[in-house]
Design a protein around this ligand. Structure first.
Ligand SMILES: NC(=O)C1=CN([C@@H]2O[C@H](COP(=O)(O)OP(=O)(O)OC[C@H]3O[C@@H](n4cnc5c(N)ncnc54)[C@H](OP(=O)(O)O)[C@@H]3O)[C@@H](O)[C@H]2O)C=CC1
Ligand SMILES: O=C(O)C1=N[C@H](C(=O)O)C[C@H](O)C1
Length: 278
């Protein structure tokens, strides 16, 4: 047991599916202190974050849509460790949210997907200049890290691979951040995947999915009833090797989110991917 003051945590996207889970997880962690809950939706302004998240007791933290005043308030508290903001918002807002947080010295733990490689590089440069930790984690579940590691191991032996990601149909971005990261991890091995055997014609545009930089095809499925699922399918003569990860509850992301909040205070730059902090 240490006597260290709890880490102040702000949740952005507090009324969303992930935001509500994060509020519950932070509220139950004795070394963390939920100090702010932000959501742009006017519907939820001034509601108690704990009650909105389904906790039986209020947390006395009202939802607000005022990001910058909240960042300023937490940055001004010199008695506590540096503040952390957890972002599960929207691809359209996440870049600006991260820049604002870093400008105030508040460490961003980012789950929101949809950032472009150029935006991530720009944020890495900004975090470097500010000597401020920033974590961008396309997938917080340990099962996905294990799937990706297994895919990296398999790719040594297979030259053909495609990815199918399946999500609920309220997801804004496609392909998923996780699928893009999985293709990047395989691409980093410097291998050319999927050498074409015939000239292919798409009779319907998109029939063969999108092609990530690494030549790996990604197919996106969106249906009600799904949460988040991914298959990485390797093929070779006479055999198929399939890796699959399924989520059945968003609670699966919370150990990774809490780990990221605790680890970010020791970082001075941007780190991408949960596997780098395990
Ligand atoms: N890294 C990971 O492990 C995971 C990442 N994700 C990603 O997290 C993001 C959020 O997912 P999810 O919770 O399912 O989505 P939701 O739509 O359920 O939640 C997003 C919330 O953020 C709000 N919001 C949108 N824009 C802003 C903004 N500019 N400022 C503050 N709040 C805003 C939304 O309000 P409104 O609905 O009114 O627009 C909503 O309440 C997605 O990018 C998703 O891909 C999801 C699961 C796991
Ligand atoms: O929107 C989601 O739900 C998810 N988004 C992330 C992604 O785009 O990879 C992580 C997980 O797949 C759930």
């Amino acid at each position: 047991m240490t006597n260290q003051a709890p880490i102040p945590v702000i949740v952005n996207g507090a009324a969303g599916k992930m935001g509500r889970e994060v509020i519950k997880a932070v509220a139950q962690a004795p070394d963390l202190n939920l100090v702010g809950a932000i959501d742009h939706s006017l519907e939820h302004q001034d509601k108690d974050a704990g009650e909105l998240a389904g906790l039986s007791e209020p947390l006395e933290v009202p939802i607000t849509n005022q990001l910058e005043p909240m960042l300023g308030y937490v940055a001004g508290d010199r008695q506590s460790p540096p503040g952390v903001i957890v972002d599960f918002t929207h691809p359209d807002s996440v870049y600006d949210n991260i820049r604002s947080a870093i400008a105030y010295g508040i460490r961003p733990v980012v789950g929101t997907t949809g950032l472009s490689p150029e935006q991530i590089q720009d944020l890495a440069d900004f975090a470097d200049k500010a000597s401020t930790g920033c974590l961008i984690i396309p997938n917080f579940s340990i099962g996905m890290v294990l799937l990706q590691q297994a895919a990296i191991a398999a790719s040594k032996y297979f030259d053909h691979v495609e990815i199918i990601e399946l999500h609920h149909n309220q997801k804004a971005d496609a392909p998923s951040g996780t699928a893009i990261q999985t293709a990047q991890l395989l691409g980093e091995l410097g291998k050319t995947f999927n050498p074409a055997l015939v000239e292919e014609t798409e009779k319907l545009a998109g029939a063969r999915g999108s092609i990530a930089d690494e030549g790996i095809r990604i197919h996106s499925v969106r249906l009600p009833g799904l949460i988040a699922h991914q298959e990485v399918i390797f093929g070779a003569a006479g055999q198929i090797y399939t890796l699959r990860h399924d989520t059945s509850d968003r609670a699966c992301y919370m150990p990774g989110v809490l780990l990221a909040i605790r680890k970010i205070l020791a970082l001075k730059s941007l780190v991408y991917g949960l596997e780098k902090i395990l």
